[in-house]
Design a binder for this molecule. Structure first.
Ligand SMILES: Cc1ncc(COP(=O)(O)O)c(C=O)c1O
Length: 419
């Protein structure tokens, strides 16, 4: 009897997936697996403030986690989906991988297209931002002497491809250094303008700086470079899930991101947007047979993780949507900045200009070694990111971080910096 019931439940689950695969929403059940904490609501329609998001994470009790910029904590509900899909897959691997589950995984492209205001034909599911950025650099037919304009703060994941072209193909990488104080959109545009030459083929910038949290004025950059036939490539590792991404509004030609950071998706997930009109310029083996999750040129994928990423996006949309999430993230990071500015021994290097701010707040320590402070914070269950070479501490504030945690962080820092 129980066996039969289980089988029926599984059938319902499959039906749910395949039905919803026709539309944008995945329509997966909140979770048919039992919730770890029965007192927690599983209603995905609740706004995140009443949803007690932290209760859905599996962070070690008492841990204040301020490093979503490196890796986000994935909610139990998303992992349940990954688990359920895996179990279904294993019942009949070939049939399911290339059948209904495979189609559901491919339909995550619809969900992402809707999320970033693109078309399904412009979305490729990748393993992470680095893979997306590498694919673009590898696929562009750049010639010796062609120039790529970028910045000194770029993450290596966004830079590796350009460095490769510099080393093996004689392409020139031009690095702009943006100041860490008193930065404005006008200054950024001025610096970029001065770096452009007749050989500039690509401008490649992070959407949100991994170092300072600077939010690049991409629309203004697009207005500058697009009329000159220069491609605007965006490393969006730090923005999807933290702020609204509208690729049409931003005017970017390429946007690469990871699912395992601010989107709180399963690890080793990501996506790449390539604007339809420039796809001809990217000659990549991987893209040769199209953008589908599975095709001859991509090979077999982890569809459970991909469907899990869809679940994470669906979940965030249900928490009031990305506009609400962005507003709450910004409010937390503003509170943190205000607190930090009152502390002696550090300088906040994240932008003052409200149009350039994000959910990342960074400080340079004046008289203390960042490695030591990082270690002391960790001993007190406060997890932050250290950028040792620049003596910078970076704090990512997501909607699951609480005011109590912010206070705990600031008070602890205050004590440590006095020692
Ligand atoms: C701006 C930026 N680009 C790229 C990456 C690399 O991300 P992934 O390891 O997911 O490819 C990171 C990681 O922190 C990042 O901050």
């Amino acid at each position: 009897m129980t066996k039969l019931k289980n089988k029926l439940n599984r059938r319902n689950f499959i039906r749910n997936i395949s039905y919803s695969a026709l539309g944008v929403s995945l329509g997966l059940p909140a979770s048919s697996a039992s919730n770890q904490n029965p007192s927690i609501s599983n209603n995905l329609k609740e706004p995140h403030k009443t949803y007690r998001i932290k209760d859905h994470l599996m962070l070690q009790p008492g841990l204040s986690y301020f490093n979503t910029g490196s890796l986000g904590p994935t909610p139990q509900i998303v992992l349940n989906t990954v688990n359920e899909v895996t179990q279904l897959l294993e019942q009949n691997p070939v049939e399911n991988n290339w059948g209904k589950l495979g189609r559901t995984a491919d339909n995550v492209r619809n969900l992402i297209a809707d999320y970033i205001n693109a078309n399904r034909e412009e979305i490729l599911l990748t393993r992470n931002t680095t893979e997306g950025m590498n694919l673009i650099a590898g696929g562009l037919q750049l010639k010796p002497g062609d120039e790529i304009v970028t910045s000194t703060d770029e993450h290596y994941g966004g830079l590796a491809g350009w460095k490769f072209l510099e080393k093996y193909h004689g392409v020139k990488v031009v690095n702009i250094e943006f100041p860490k104080h008193n930065i404005t959109p006008e200054l950024i545009i001025e610096k970029i303008k001065k770096s452009l030459t007749s050989r500039t083929r690509v401008c490649s910038f992070m959407d949100i700086s991994t170092v300072t949290g600077l939010r690049m004025p991409l629309r203004q950059i697009a207005d500058l470079v697009t009329p000159r036939n220069i491609l605007l490539v965006c490393d969006g590792a730090q923005s999807a899930g933290m702020q609204k991404v509208d690729v049409a509004e931003m005017g970017v030609d390429v946007f690469a991101t990871s699912g395992h950071k601010w989107l709180l998706g399963p690890k080793e997930t990501g996506f790449l947007y390539i604007r339809k009109e420039i796809q001809e310029q990217i000659r990549s083996i991987q893209l040769e047979t199209g953008f589908r999750v599975y095709n001859h040129n991509t090979g077999t994928r982890n569809i459970a993780n991909i469907i899990g990423l869809g679940k994470a996006i669906e979940m965030q949309q249900n928490w009031g949507g990305i506009a609400q999430v962005q507003q709450d993230i910004l409010s937390l990071s503003n509170d943190l900045k205000t607190h930090l500015k009152s502390l002696p021994g550090l300088t906040v290097i994240s932008p003052e200009d409200p149009t350039l701010q994000s959910g990342i707040t960074s400080v340079i320590l004046e008289d203390h070694d960042v490695k030591k402070i990082y270690k002391e914070l960790k001993l007190r269950d406060i997890i932050v990111k250290k950028l040792a070479k620049q003596n910078i501490l970076r704090f990512s504030t997501h909607i699951f971080n609480t005011q109590d945690e912010l206070e705990h962080l600031v008070k602890t820092l205050q004590i440590l910096l006095k020692q």
